[in-house]
Design a protein around this ligand. Structure first.
Ligand code: 6PG
Length: 264
């Protein structure tokens, strides 16, 4: 029979990461692949439910490198073939003020990975034209007018996919940048010393916080320290902008792979 040897300590395994104490629901999966599946499944369910209830689905997508595998999965995985693209309005969370064919353009990535492979009607695709001087004003108008077609109370974005930078920015809401203080407008220009170049246009908290679902997708060991700072509430919204996500009557959901989770 097995008898533990008191002189030999048990092999020490790295403790399995616990879901960090973030504001909102926290979904943790061991790998990026499994995590992407979890987000895709939630997005799919939300899309179906919204189309059933309202006849359409308002989806807002971010740029950055993290969501690429999700966008690819949505297009090639047969499980998501029934995504109601025909009834979807596709919005851009934030954008660099560069022409649309620039490789830094978020819309360029989203167009290449999603728009060109789906049957979404062109009139329901909403690029920002961010390089034009009044892009933020025009996008705000487009958002307000389109959402107003919905019954009052449901005139909001349904699913907003966000990322988080190493400095805890989300969308293009950078620490101590001007757009963080916006309390009325839905879409603004953001520039100045505290904005990582190039200049940006971005959704603001007044719009984001009305959304039905805010999904923050964070992967990789590189983001672990920032997740730890957010979990410890190490500062306010000016230092950790992602803490400004406080849905009024919606849900905030964090999607993390194990690599992004702080240990111990
Ligand atoms: C962008 C984003 C931005 C992004 C974070 C994380 O256009 O860059 O919308 O908010 O989500 O910077 O970027 P990564 O996914 O590349 O780490």
């Amino acid at each position: 029979m097995f008898e533990p040897d008191p002189d030999r300590p048990p092999y020490e395994m790295e403790p399995a990461p616990q879901p960090p104490n973030l504001p909102g629901a926290v979904v943790v999966r061991p790998t990026v692949d499994e995590l992407v599946d979890a987000v895709a499944a939630d997005l799919f369910a939300q899309a179906k439910a919204c189309v059933r209830a309202f006849g359409d689905f308002h989806l807002a997508l971010s740029g950055g490198s993290t969501p690429e595998p999700l966008y690819k999965r949505l297009m090639y995985d047969p499980a998501y073939r029934e995504l109601p693209w025909k009834r979807t309005h596709l919005w851009i969370v934030d954008e660099r003020r560069v022409p649309e064919d620039d490789e830094r353009s978020n819309f360029r990535m989203i167009r290449e990975l999603i728009v060109e492979h789906s049957d979404i009607p062109p009139s329901q695709v909403h690029p920002t034209h961010a390089h034009e001087p009044d892009a933020d004003i025009r996008y705000e108008r487009e958002l307000r007018e389109t959402l107003a077609e919905r019954e009052k109370g449901h005139d909001r974005l349904d699913f907003v996919l966000l990322g988080m930078g190493d400095d805890a920015h989300t969308a293009s809401l950078f620490p101590r940048s001007r757009a963080l203080r916006e309390d009325e407008r839905f879409y603004v220009a953001n520039d100045g010393a505290n904005v990582t170049p190039p200049d940006r246009v971005t959704m603001t908290f007044p719009l984001l916080n009305t959304a039905r679902t805010l999904a923050v997708l964070v992967t990789g060991q590189k983001k672990r320290g920032t997740i730890a700072r957010v979990a410890r509430r190490e500062g306010g919204v000016q230092d950790l902008p992602v803490l400004g996500l406080k849905p009024l009557a919606g849900e905030l959901r964090w999607y993390l792979d194990e690599d992004a989770c702080p240990r111990g």
